[in-house]
Design a protein around this ligand. Structure first.
Ligand code: UD1
Ligand code: CA
Length: 503
């Protein structure tokens, strides 16, 4: 079916969505990383309408800008009072006529709260509608549990005659299981005429768009239904339980697609991947992974278990284990975690490492450079091949302003260092364990700041008499195990860790 280009898609988003019980407007609630209306707009753009008209009302100061962000040339039609879906379309038609000078052509109408509707399905609807030359084509679905939806009524020949809302339905009508999805293709000229003729003589006292169907039938126009088997595409989220149900289903569909494209998802029930995430073949996602926003993962990378990455770029073959990252770049073959926290502006080079209990922010860590243990690295640049000792803190904040720290290439810094920014440590330089680096260290130099160790003999027995500590000291002395030769005062406290080795 080749679908003609509609003159407009009208998206209804003026309702308050009271059943959500939220200060956030219903259509702005997110589903897999995009607002509900964001999904609807994506589907709407798929049919390439000449105009996109969004009807806004309730919360329009939130909803309007959100729509324009995604579709800058959308026409916003303001419905001052929410008098029903028919009234909303009347407002949209007025806006369309003012902007386009015409309502001729196909007009698609859809709600802002059906996030799983696909653009391809809309194209099929428009194609079917145009081919059959109807005034109205309603997108319908046969559901096991139709309550809450408008029911599609047909005559003895199977022709669609009307849609009746649940509150206005007789028991026989309510038993019908073919429901109105609230998505339609219309002949625009007919629609413009018909919405002006709707009355509000019904249970809710509203102008129902659904009445246009019986008007078309009464006028002798062709009316039809385009039924979709994939019912979930027609489902609207009116409350948070439905929202969670639709999100879970969309997530399943997203994962299915990635698995067909060669991604291993070990446990789809605990893996969440947003709509705008990109994965390459042979990526492996272990249980408990959330990939959010515009995260991109290159081939052979392994993520998880238990990671949350938002707007993160993960390079080929990298491993990320039990970690949290946001707006960060992880280089090819790099390793992150377990228990790392990558804050915005972190860039880890190829083959680099950010290890356990390390927090980074606004930090460039070069190729092959390592921050393996228990550190905070913020507002810093670490050169390639450099190793940062365990327990290193970059003191980037002096209480008033943030300052930068630079460590050169192939440097080796000792454990438990503090780099007091702004400070620079040169290429191939070293620092001793426990060093507080307050001044620049030239390339190739060793910096130490810990003083020689002092030993005061017999302190415990003199100052802590009668304690278990003193008793242990006494026993050791009497055993002769205290040969009282203490270690030579050393400039360098020992590192205590092979990877944080000081010279
Ligand atoms: C509507 C249909 C029903 C269909 C169901 C599918 C009518 C009368 N009923 O019912 O047949 O089965 O959708 O989900 O059309 N809106 C406005 N202005 C208004 C009222 C609503 O813009 O004055 C918008 C809402 O923001 C929403 C959409 O129209 O996006 C549908 O409104 P909603 O109240 O959800 O209609 P339903 O009761 O679900
Ligand atoms: Ca609805």
């Amino acid at each position: 079916m080749s679908a003609p280009r509609p003159v407009a898609v009208v998206v209804l988003a003026a309702g308050s969505g009271t059943r959500m019980r939220s200060k956030t407007m219903k259509v702005l609630h997110p589903v897999c990383g995009r607002s509900m209306i964001g999904h609807v707009l994506t589907a709407a753009l798929h049919v390439e309408p000449e105009h996109l008209v969004a009807v806004v009302g309730h919360g329009r100061e939130q909803v309007g800008p959100h729509i324009l962000e995604q579709v800058p040339d959308a026409l916003l039609a303001v419905q001052e009072t929410q008098d029903g879906t028919g009234h909303a379309v009347r407002v949209a038609i007025d806006t369309l006529r003012a902007a386009a000078g015409t309502t001729e052509g196909v007009v698609v109408v859809m709600s802002g709260d059906t996030p799983l509707m696909r653009g391809e399905t809309l194209s099929d609807l428009v194609g079917d509608h145009a081919q059959a030359g109807r005034a109205v084509t309603v997108l319908t679905a046969e559901v096991p549990e139709p309550s809450g939806y408008g029911r599609v009524l047909r005559d003895g020949t199977g022709a669609v005659t009307a849609i009746v809302e649940e509150k206005d339905a007789t028991p026989e009508q309510a038993a019908v299981r073919e429901i109105n999805s609230s998505i339609y293709a219309f002949d625009g000229s007919f629609l413009a005429d018909a919405v002006a003729r709707i009355s509000n003589d019904n249970a809710k006292g509203e102008y129902y768009l659904t009445d246009v169907v019986s008007i078309a039938h009464g006028d002798g126009h062709a009316v039809g239904a385009f039924r979709v088997d994939d019912v979930v595409q027609t489902e609207g989220a009116n409350d948070r339980a439905q929202l969670a149900g639709l999100a879970a289903e969309l997530n399943r569909r997203i994962l299915d697609r990635w698995m067909r494209d060669g991604v291993t998802v070990v446990d789809p029930t605990t893996t969440w991947v947003d709509s705008d995430v990109t994965l390459e073949a042979d990526v492996t996602l272990l249980p408990g992974v959330q990939l959010l926003g515009t995260t991109v993962v290159a081939e052979d990378a392994v993520i998880g278990p238990d990671c949350t990455l938002k707007d993160v770029e993960v390079g080929r073959g990298a491993h990320v284990v039990r970690s949290h990252g946001e707006l960060a770049v992880i280089g090819a073959g790099a390793s992150v975690g377990p228990f790392s926290y990558l804050r915005p502006g972190t860039e880890l080079g190829a083959g680099g490492k950010i290890g356990g209990f390390v927090e980074t922010k606004n930090a460039r860590i070069g190729d092959g450079a390592k921050v393996p243990h228990l550190s905070y690295i913020g507002d810093a640049e670490i050169g390639e091949g450099t190793n940062i000792g365990a327990g290193t803190i970059v003191a980037n904040y002096d209480g008033q302003a943030k300052h930068r720290t630079t460590v050169g290439r192939h440097a080796r810094t000792g454990s438990n260092n503090t780099f007091v920014a702004p400070v620079e440590i040169g290429d191939g330089a070293a620092t001793g364990g426990g060093t507080v680096v307050r001044e620049d260290v030239p390339p190739g130099a060793l910096a130490v700041s810990a003083g020689p160790q002092r030993v005061i003999e017999g302190w415990t027995e003199r100052r802590r008499p009668g304690t278990a500590m003193a008793e242990a000291a006494r026993a050791a002395r009497e055993d002769g195990r205290d040969d009282s030769s203490h270690t030579e005062p050393s400039e360098l406290a020992h590192d205590g860790d092979a990877e944080g080795q000081s010279p």
